[in-house]
Design a protein around this ligand. Sequence first.
Ligand SMILES: Cc1cc2nc3c(=O)[nH]c(=O)nc-3n(C[C@H](O)[C@H](O)[C@H](O)COP(=O)(O)OP(=O)(O)OC[C@H]3O[C@@H](n4cnc5c(N)ncnc54)[C@H](O)[C@@H]3O)c2cc1C
Length: 313
Amino acid sequence: MSTATSMTTSASSRTYVEARDVATAVAAMSAGARPIAGGTDLVVGARHGKAPLPAALVGIHRIPGLADVAPTDGGGLRLGALVTHATLMADPTVLASYPGLADASAIVGSHATRANGTLGGNVMNSSPAMDTGAPLLCHGGVAVLVGPAGERRVALADLWTGPGRSTAAPDELLVAVELDAPPADGASGSSYVRLQYRRQMEIAIVGAGAVVTLGADGTVTGAKVAITALAPVIHRVAEAEAALVGTDGGFEAAKAAGAAAAAAARPISDVRGSADYRRAMAAVITRRAVLTAVRRARGESVPVPASDTTFGS
Ligand SMILES: Cc1cc2nc3c(=O)[nH]c(=O)nc-3n(C[C@H](O)[C@H](O)[C@H](O)COP(=O)(O)OP(=O)(O)OC[C@H]3O[C@@H](n4cnc5c(N)ncnc54)[C@H](O)[C@@H]3O)c2cc1C
């Protein structure tokens, strides 16, 4: 049985191949084709004149097994590259153990964007403003890439190198992202909050993700904090994490973490906000993300997406 169908899409020389397995996709990519999953970035961007569609495309959306959400042997979670944002924001395991990721997927674009847009497309865009990046980093995300030489695993912190740039080769297909098991040594909670001027069809002006673990007496025993749209790549902030460990996870501790995030930020000025404004908002948004993660770690219910309900905290 054939594992690919192909066609010429127009009078131009553009070609489209539809892969039905990973090997076919990788072979097409090795021959110069760009993978297309949901197309919400590639196709919509081309329509808006952001960048022309690549001359050769390989459709990956029908490859079996890449849309699965499944536990890993180590108690973590494996998210297939084709898992959509709509699936992520409603998946029971994600909501229970990785709610920060649900917070992020729930605010991507519109219903249509979330129904079609995939985790793999979001990750491989390597945008410093993409929403799943901070929670994926805080949950120990590892990219599973398959290329002509086989499979390799790259921590997401080592994948993104700048806006639109990554260490993945052009012929490496992302097949999954794997997340750490939730901390076993205490109660944990996570969150992702972004500054947005409207609820839908917005990109992050500033964003922050947090994972907090509490000991039996309520002291913060572990913390991970990552910031979005505040540097050429989404990254964790060790100083913000250190400001939380050993504290009660209250307002003053969250404020200190926010101040550390603002100090670590290297924002740009653009039409959405000046660098100074972004830096000031980094403190506020990080504080809200931390306080939300702490509330969830304490067992409080904070609805997804957290960005809609954490004003004023
Ligand atoms: C109206 C609108 C609103 C949006 N809002 C948001 C938002 O709020 N937050 C946000 O983060 N993003 C947003 N986006 C961007 C986009 O929807 C997401 O990044 C989405 O997750 C992309 O997934 P996709 O499957 O559609 O990617 P595609 O368009 O199919 O691909 C995107 C890029 O990733 C590459 N790629 C895709 N899959 C793989 C793979 N498995 N391996 C290797 N490379 C791959 C493609 O070659 C391409 O370069 C928005 C887009 C639109 C059009």
